[in-house]
Design a protein around this ligand. Sequence first.
Ligand code: FES
Length: 249
Amino acid sequence: MNAFKLASRLSSRAAVAQFAPRPAAIGVGISNATRCPALPALSQQQQAFISSTTPASKSPELYELGSVDHGFTDDRIDHVAEPERRAFTYLLLSGVRFAYASTARVLVVKFVSSMSASADVLALASAEFDVGGVAQGKTITVKWRGKPVFIRHRTPAEISAEAGVALSSLRDEETDDDRTLKPEWLVVLGICTHLGCVPISGAGDYNGWFCPCHGSHYDISGRIRKGPAPLNLEIPPYKFTGDTKILIG
Ligand code: FES
Protein backbone atom coordinates (compact mmCIF):
# COMPACT_ATOMS: atom_id res chain seq x y z
CA MET A 1 0.00 0.00 0.00
CA ASN A 2 1.45 3.34 -0.94
CA ALA A 3 1.63 6.30 1.44
CA PHE A 4 -1.29 8.17 -0.13
CA LYS A 5 -3.68 5.23 0.23
CA LEU A 6 -2.53 4.66 3.80
CA ALA A 7 -3.11 8.30 4.76
CA SER A 8 -6.61 8.46 3.25
CA ARG A 9 -7.55 5.19 4.89
CA LEU A 10 -6.25 6.30 8.25
CA SER A 11 -8.07 9.57 8.02
CA SER A 12 -11.36 7.77 7.34
CA ARG A 13 -10.65 5.55 10.34
CA ALA A 14 -10.00 8.56 12.47
CA ALA A 15 -13.26 10.19 11.35
CA VAL A 16 -15.19 7.07 12.24
CA ALA A 17 -13.42 6.91 15.56
CA GLN A 18 -14.59 10.42 16.42
CA PHE A 19 -18.24 9.29 16.45
CA ALA A 20 -17.78 5.75 17.59
CA PRO A 21 -18.39 4.79 21.25
CA ARG A 22 -15.35 5.46 23.38
CA PRO A 23 -13.69 2.70 25.33
CA ALA A 24 -14.02 2.76 29.06
CA ALA A 25 -10.38 3.59 29.59
CA ILE A 26 -9.56 7.09 28.51
CA GLY A 27 -6.45 7.49 26.42
CA VAL A 28 -6.31 3.89 25.26
CA GLY A 29 -7.45 4.80 21.75
CA ILE A 30 -9.64 2.88 19.40
CA SER A 31 -9.56 -0.90 19.72
CA ASN A 32 -10.72 -3.39 17.18
CA ALA A 33 -13.75 -4.22 19.35
CA THR A 34 -15.15 -0.66 19.07
CA ARG A 35 -14.55 -0.18 15.40
CA CYS A 36 -17.27 -0.37 12.83
CA PRO A 37 -17.61 -4.03 11.94
CA ALA A 38 -17.87 -3.22 8.26
CA LEU A 39 -14.35 -1.84 8.24
CA PRO A 40 -11.30 -4.11 7.89
CA ALA A 41 -9.05 -4.69 10.90
CA LEU A 42 -6.24 -2.23 11.61
CA SER A 43 -2.68 -3.19 12.00
CA GLN A 44 -0.77 -2.33 15.18
CA GLN A 45 1.08 0.38 13.28
CA GLN A 46 -2.18 1.96 12.21
CA GLN A 47 -3.61 1.77 15.73
CA ALA A 48 -0.50 3.39 17.15
CA PHE A 49 -0.78 6.20 14.59
CA ILE A 50 -4.45 6.85 15.42
CA SER A 51 -3.74 6.82 19.16
CA SER A 52 -1.02 9.41 18.71
CA THR A 53 -3.20 11.72 16.57
CA THR A 54 -6.62 11.34 18.25
CA PRO A 55 -7.08 13.57 21.31
CA ALA A 56 -8.06 11.80 24.46
CA SER A 57 -11.47 12.69 25.90
CA LYS A 58 -11.20 14.50 29.20
CA SER A 59 -13.63 16.55 31.30
CA PRO A 60 -12.27 20.10 31.80
CA GLU A 61 -11.45 21.24 35.28
CA LEU A 62 -13.42 24.22 36.66
CA TYR A 63 -10.40 26.53 36.57
CA GLU A 64 -9.96 25.72 32.89
CA LEU A 65 -13.32 27.36 32.03
CA GLY A 66 -11.96 30.87 32.65
CA SER A 67 -12.76 33.40 35.35
CA VAL A 68 -15.92 32.86 37.36
CA ASP A 69 -18.45 35.69 37.36
CA HIS A 70 -19.20 36.59 40.96
CA GLY A 71 -21.19 39.68 40.06
CA PHE A 72 -24.53 38.11 40.72
CA THR A 73 -23.66 37.03 44.22
CA ASP A 74 -21.60 40.13 45.01
CA ASP A 75 -24.29 42.60 43.97
CA ARG A 76 -27.25 40.86 45.45
CA ILE A 77 -29.08 42.94 47.96
CA ASP A 78 -30.20 40.21 50.25
CA HIS A 79 -28.86 41.79 53.35
CA VAL A 80 -31.00 44.69 54.54
CA ALA A 81 -29.88 46.52 57.60
CA GLU A 82 -33.37 46.84 59.02
CA PRO A 83 -35.79 44.70 56.98
CA GLU A 84 -38.70 45.61 59.22
CA ARG A 85 -38.30 49.28 58.20
CA ARG A 86 -38.51 48.59 54.47
CA ALA A 87 -42.18 49.51 54.23
CA PHE A 88 -41.56 52.73 56.15
CA THR A 89 -38.69 53.63 53.81
CA TYR A 90 -40.82 53.05 50.75
CA LEU A 91 -43.62 55.11 52.27
CA LEU A 92 -41.26 57.97 53.08
CA LEU A 93 -39.70 58.02 49.62
CA SER A 94 -43.11 57.88 47.94
CA GLY A 95 -44.37 60.73 50.11
CA VAL A 96 -41.44 62.95 49.26
CA ARG A 97 -41.82 62.30 45.55
CA PHE A 98 -45.54 62.98 45.74
CA ALA A 99 -44.82 66.29 47.47
CA TYR A 100 -42.36 67.22 44.71
CA ALA A 101 -44.93 66.36 42.02
CA SER A 102 -47.67 68.36 43.75
CA THR A 103 -45.44 71.40 44.13
CA ALA A 104 -44.43 71.25 40.47
CA ARG A 105 -48.07 70.99 39.42
CA VAL A 106 -49.09 74.01 41.52
CA LEU A 107 -46.23 76.07 40.08
CA VAL A 108 -47.18 75.17 36.51
CA VAL A 109 -50.86 75.97 37.08
CA LYS A 110 -50.00 79.31 38.68
CA PHE A 111 -47.64 80.22 35.86
CA VAL A 112 -50.18 79.39 33.16
CA SER A 113 -53.03 81.16 34.93
CA SER A 114 -50.87 84.26 35.42
CA MET A 115 -50.60 84.57 31.63
CA SER A 116 -54.37 84.75 31.08
CA ALA A 117 -56.35 87.95 31.43
CA SER A 118 -57.60 88.83 34.90
CA ALA A 119 -61.30 89.07 35.71
CA ASP A 120 -61.39 92.86 35.67
CA VAL A 121 -59.65 92.97 32.30
CA LEU A 122 -62.14 90.47 30.89
CA ALA A 123 -65.00 92.53 32.30
CA LEU A 124 -63.67 95.61 30.54
CA ALA A 125 -63.17 93.78 27.26
CA SER A 126 -66.90 93.66 26.63
CA ALA A 127 -69.81 95.56 28.07
CA GLU A 128 -73.55 95.15 27.67
CA PHE A 129 -75.97 98.05 27.61
CA ASP A 130 -79.77 98.15 27.70
CA VAL A 131 -80.90 100.93 25.40
CA GLY A 132 -84.62 100.28 25.83
CA GLY A 133 -85.06 103.63 27.59
CA VAL A 134 -83.47 105.73 24.84
CA ALA A 135 -86.11 107.69 22.96
CA GLN A 136 -86.00 108.14 19.21
CA GLY A 137 -83.81 111.03 18.17
CA LYS A 138 -81.72 110.80 21.33
CA THR A 139 -78.08 109.86 21.80
CA ILE A 140 -76.48 108.34 24.89
CA THR A 141 -72.80 108.10 25.64
CA VAL A 142 -71.48 104.94 27.29
CA LYS A 143 -67.97 103.95 28.27
CA TRP A 144 -66.21 100.93 26.79
CA ARG A 145 -62.55 100.15 27.42
CA GLY A 146 -62.11 103.68 28.65
CA LYS A 147 -63.45 105.22 25.45
CA PRO A 148 -66.74 107.05 24.86
CA VAL A 149 -69.25 105.29 22.63
CA PHE A 150 -72.23 107.07 21.09
CA ILE A 151 -75.47 105.09 20.75
CA ARG A 152 -78.14 106.95 18.81
CA HIS A 153 -81.74 105.86 18.45
CA ARG A 154 -82.51 107.18 15.01
CA THR A 155 -85.92 108.20 13.70
CA PRO A 156 -87.33 106.82 10.42
CA ALA A 157 -86.78 110.23 8.83
CA GLU A 158 -83.10 110.21 9.84
CA ILE A 159 -82.68 106.69 8.51
CA SER A 160 -84.17 107.53 5.13
CA ALA A 161 -82.18 110.77 4.92
CA GLU A 162 -78.88 108.99 5.58
CA ALA A 163 -79.74 106.19 3.17
CA GLY A 164 -80.28 108.76 0.41
CA VAL A 165 -76.84 110.37 0.67
CA ALA A 166 -74.82 109.91 -2.51
CA LEU A 167 -71.56 108.13 -1.95
CA SER A 168 -69.80 110.52 -4.33
CA SER A 169 -70.44 113.34 -1.90
CA LEU A 170 -68.64 111.57 0.93
CA ARG A 171 -64.97 111.89 1.84
CA ASP A 172 -64.89 108.42 3.36
CA GLU A 173 -67.33 106.52 1.19
CA GLU A 174 -69.55 104.19 3.22
CA THR A 175 -73.24 103.48 2.89
CA ASP A 176 -75.45 103.93 5.92
CA ASP A 177 -76.51 100.33 5.64
CA ASP A 178 -72.90 99.16 6.02
CA ARG A 179 -72.55 101.08 9.27
CA THR A 180 -75.48 99.62 11.21
CA LEU A 181 -76.78 96.22 12.28
CA LYS A 182 -80.27 97.66 12.84
CA PRO A 183 -81.06 100.89 10.97
CA GLU A 184 -82.65 102.49 14.04
CA TRP A 185 -79.53 102.07 16.15
CA LEU A 186 -76.20 103.68 15.35
CA VAL A 187 -73.20 102.72 17.49
CA VAL A 188 -69.94 104.66 16.95
CA LEU A 189 -66.82 105.49 18.92
CA GLY A 190 -66.98 109.03 20.29
CA ILE A 191 -63.48 109.92 19.13
CA CYS A 192 -62.81 112.38 16.34
CA THR A 193 -60.76 110.82 13.58
CA HIS A 194 -58.72 114.00 13.20
CA LEU A 195 -56.77 114.28 16.45
CA GLY A 196 -58.92 112.41 18.91
CA CYS A 197 -61.19 114.98 20.52
CA VAL A 198 -64.67 113.97 21.69
CA PRO A 199 -67.30 115.42 19.35
CA ILE A 200 -70.53 116.99 20.59
CA SER A 201 -73.76 115.09 19.89
CA GLY A 202 -76.63 116.71 18.02
CA ALA A 203 -74.47 119.55 16.76
CA GLY A 204 -72.85 120.64 13.51
CA ASP A 205 -74.18 121.30 10.04
CA TYR A 206 -75.55 117.78 9.68
CA ASN A 207 -77.11 117.38 13.13
CA GLY A 208 -74.88 114.46 13.88
CA TRP A 209 -71.71 115.34 15.77
CA PHE A 210 -69.47 118.36 15.78
CA CYS A 211 -65.85 118.34 16.91
CA PRO A 212 -65.05 121.75 18.44
CA CYS A 213 -61.29 121.19 18.35
CA HIS A 214 -60.86 121.92 14.64
CA GLY A 215 -64.39 122.05 13.33
CA SER A 216 -65.20 118.62 11.91
CA HIS A 217 -68.85 117.87 11.10
CA TYR A 218 -70.32 114.36 11.11
CA ASP A 219 -73.78 113.32 9.95
CA ILE A 220 -76.28 111.07 11.77
CA SER A 221 -74.53 108.06 10.34
CA GLY A 222 -71.22 109.25 11.87
CA ARG A 223 -69.71 109.97 8.48
CA ILE A 224 -67.35 112.91 8.04
CA ARG A 225 -68.98 115.61 5.93
CA LYS A 226 -66.97 118.71 6.65
CA GLY A 227 -63.76 119.75 8.40
CA PRO A 228 -60.26 118.30 8.69
CA ALA A 229 -61.16 114.81 9.96
CA PRO A 230 -60.22 112.30 7.27
CA LEU A 231 -62.41 109.35 8.23
CA ASN A 232 -65.85 108.47 9.49
CA LEU A 233 -66.36 107.81 13.19
CA GLU A 234 -65.18 104.30 13.95
CA ILE A 235 -67.70 101.54 14.62
CA PRO A 236 -66.73 99.27 17.51
CA PRO A 237 -67.41 95.53 17.44
CA TYR A 238 -70.88 94.96 18.85
CA LYS A 239 -73.93 92.75 18.60
CA PHE A 240 -77.50 92.67 19.85
CA THR A 241 -78.10 90.18 22.65
CA GLY A 242 -81.79 91.15 22.84
CA ASP A 243 -84.22 93.57 21.24
CA THR A 244 -82.75 96.48 23.14
CA LYS A 245 -79.55 95.00 24.56
CA ILE A 246 -76.24 95.75 22.91
CA LEU A 247 -73.01 93.94 23.76
CA ILE A 248 -69.98 95.97 22.80
CA GLY A 249 -66.65 94.22 22.50
S1 FES B 1 -59.72 116.69 16.69
FE1 FES B 1 -61.69 116.84 15.87
S2 FES B 1 -61.45 118.22 14.30
FE2 FES B 1 -59.49 118.01 15.08
